[in-house]
Write a protein that binds this ligand. Structure first.
Ligand SMILES: *[C@@H]1O[C@H](CO)[C@@H](O)[C@H](O)[C@H]1NC(C)=O
Ligand SMILES: *[C@@H]1O[C@H](CO)[C@@H](O)[C@H](O)[C@H]1NC(C)=O
Length: 273
């Protein structure tokens, strides 16, 4: 997968640090140089000050208040592990899915989409990683986001094609199809990963997507916001009306055109601009 780490990052972080004296300078800047892909990483559970700080840090990244960030602060790796492996991640994701489904049925029932245009096809866009599929097994052996992104080990993991489904997303996916939505998958993964991505989706229980859109060579260098906005525009030009969009990154959701409603899934492990 292409993780575009903007060169702007360092500048933004410096600006952020300068703009807020109380903000802990560690956010997004700490790199765990001790751990390496595939090796055991020593992680202690967040306790006391760390637990409190890391919960606030998580809110800050989910709301995008944190801006671009590179790695989970070293002191929060244990917190992120506990969040991902414990009941909170599953519960948070299930609430997002329930809110999504409530909106979806209302939107169809009220026929607010399409402005009465009989040709508009109601569509729902899903991102793939940390939206339909969970890569928690990969991050479990790679420091839970406290290590720098490693394209080599990531690509190896994608090729294994055994990432499990996020259970609440799989249920939402099936419910939306039953309601009559056209489900379109829009991922930052590259076209060269189409086969492994399709194999993984089927392995995880996903079926009958309308289309699976991956980055083409001409998309290299584009931010996720630009690439995904362009693809949503193409969908609308094809006659799809995008009622809902589900993603774990704001870059899955923002940009024009935007879905009627966007649904942000939790992801405290990494950031994509
Ligand atoms: C990245 O992953 C590869 C494959 O697992 C590994 O050989 C390499 O050492 C890793 N690089 C870093 C900087 O951790
Ligand atoms: C993907 O699968 C198709 C059909 O099985 C095959 O022809 C093609 O070579 C595969 N592509 C890659 C990149 O492995």
């Amino acid at each position: 997968m292409l993780r575009l780490r903007l060169l702007l990052l360092a500048l933004s972080l410096i600006a952020l640090a300068g703009a807020s004296g109380a903000r802990p300078a560690a956010i997004g800047l700490v790199t765990d140089t001790g751990g390496r892909a595939g090796t055991a990483v020593s992680i202690s559970s967040g306790a006391g000050d760390d637990a409190l700080f890391c919960d606030s840090w998580r809110l800050s990244v989910e709301t995008a208040n944190a801006g671009p960030w590179r790695t989970v602060p070293a002191r929060c790796a244990g917190f992120v592990r506990d969040y991902m492996e414990g009941p909170r991640y599953a519960s948070d994701s299930a609430v997002v899915a329930a809110d999504s489904l409530a909106f979806a049925s209302d939107a169809l029932a009220a026929a607010v989409w399409g402005g009465g245009a009989a040709t508009a096809r109601p569509a729902w866009v899903f991102d793939v990683d940390e939206t339909l599929l969970s890569n928690a097994p990969y991050y479990a052996v790679n420091g839970w986001g406290s290590q720098e992104y490693n394209e080599t080990s990531w690509d190896e993991w994608v090729d294994v094609a055994k990432a499990p489904a996020l259970p609440s997303s799989l249920k939402l996916y099936n419910d939306l199809q039953e309601l009559g939505f056209h489900v379109i998958l829009l991922t930052g993964r590259g076209e060269s990963q189409r086969n492994s991505t399709e194999a993984n989706l089927l392995f995880a229980g996903y079926n009958s997507w309308e289309k699976l859109i991956l980055r083409q060579p001409s998309d290299i260098g584009k931010t996720a916001v630009l690439y995904k906005s362009e693809r949503r525009a193409a969908m609308e030009a094809e006659g799809f009306k995008i009622l809902g969009n589900s993603g774990d990154q704001w870059s899955d959701l923002i940009g024009s055109p935007m879905a009627m409603r966007s649904f942000k899934l939790p992801n405290p492990m990494y950031f994509i601009s």
